[in-house]
Design a protein around this ligand. Structure first.
Ligand code: 48F
Length: 254
């Protein structure tokens, strides 16, 4: 029995990893925008891997605001709550509240059920840069980074990569810093996030969700960080809509 438990885990984990060495889409970050993108892309039959640095995917969604575990979603994104079977309560005209734990679990459940593979405890430390195109991601165990161990990574090739890393827009930062290239932003580099302005931020998140370099797309807060727009705090409609938009852009391209 001891042998079966261990070999079962090892065999099925490596089967999953091996099937994901070359994917259609590699998503960096399991926040709401990354999870929604994973769901829609997998639903279209694409081979999708999502890498999350932490033990639990969900990013900034679990904790609501200041650990009050409720979040706000506006009317425009209500159809996505229905798509993910998330329960909501009307608060005021146009504004709904959802339980952040219930909704984070629902996004994760539906993304994996649609066929996306989530690799948690896995950090992206670089990208593959072939023929002036982002062509994959360079992965390592998060504990290797945390311990500062000098351990080389593995490489996953991908037709498209999504930077869904939230406020830090880590992948875009790395691509710009290491390769001396111009991104599709006003300054050609990562402009950086501005202070909080909810209405403006919610609107621009959708606009800023785009391909910022051949092969590299941005979603969610990373989209606003890269393009120099505002943060919005614990309202999540645009995060969900951004995930859907980036999936559509990529599906059209592949
Ligand atoms: O920040 P995050 O939740 O991304 P998002 O989809 O949503 C933003 C909102 O949560 C909130 C907000 C909107 O109301 O302002 O902040 O833009 O999740 C990003 C995830 O990416 C992971 C990180 O642990 C988090 O779970 N992550 C960041 N860098 C890496 C990474 C990396 N290099 N490799 C793997 N995962």
């Amino acid at each position: 029995m001891e042998q079966i438990v261990s070999s079962g885990i090892i065999d099925s984990y490596f089967k999953k990893l091996k099937a994901s060495l070359s994917v259609d889409v590699a998503i960096v970050g399991g926040g709401p925008s990354g999870l929604v993108a994973a769901y829609f892309l997998a639903k279209k039959g694409l081979n999708v891997s999502l890498y999350e640095r932490k033990l639990a995917p969900g990013g900034g969604m679990w904790g609501g605001a200041m650990m009050f575990n409720e979040i706000i979603v506006q009317q425009e994104a209500l159809y996505l709550l229905d798509e993910f079977n998330i329960k909501y309560n009307k608060y005021k005209d146009n504004y709904y509240t959802i339980d952040s734990v219930h909704s984070t679990a629902a996004l994760t459940y539906h993304a994996t059920k649609a066929g996306a593979k989530i690799f948690n405890c896995t950090s992206i430390e670089d990208v593959v840069f072939n023929n002036y195109k982002v062509s994959g991601v360079v992965i390592n165990w998060s504990p290797v980074h945390r311990e500062g161990l000098h351990v080389d990574p593995l490489v996953i090739t991908a037709k498209a990569v999504i930077d869904g890393t939230g406020h830090d827009c880590e992948v875009a930062q790395t691509v710009a810093r290491k390769n001396n290239v111009k991104l599709n932003t006003e300054t050609g580099s990562v402009v950086g996030e501005r202070s909080l302005s909810i209405e403006e931020a919610e609107r621009t998140t959708i606009e800023n969700t785009k391909e910022i370099f051949p092969g590299l797309f941005v979603s969610g807060m990373a989209a606003n960080g890269v393009s120099g727009s505002y943060r919005m705090g614990p309202i999540f409609g645009s995060m969900l809509l951004s995930g859907e938009k980036v999936a559509e852009l990529i599906a059209k391209k592949l």
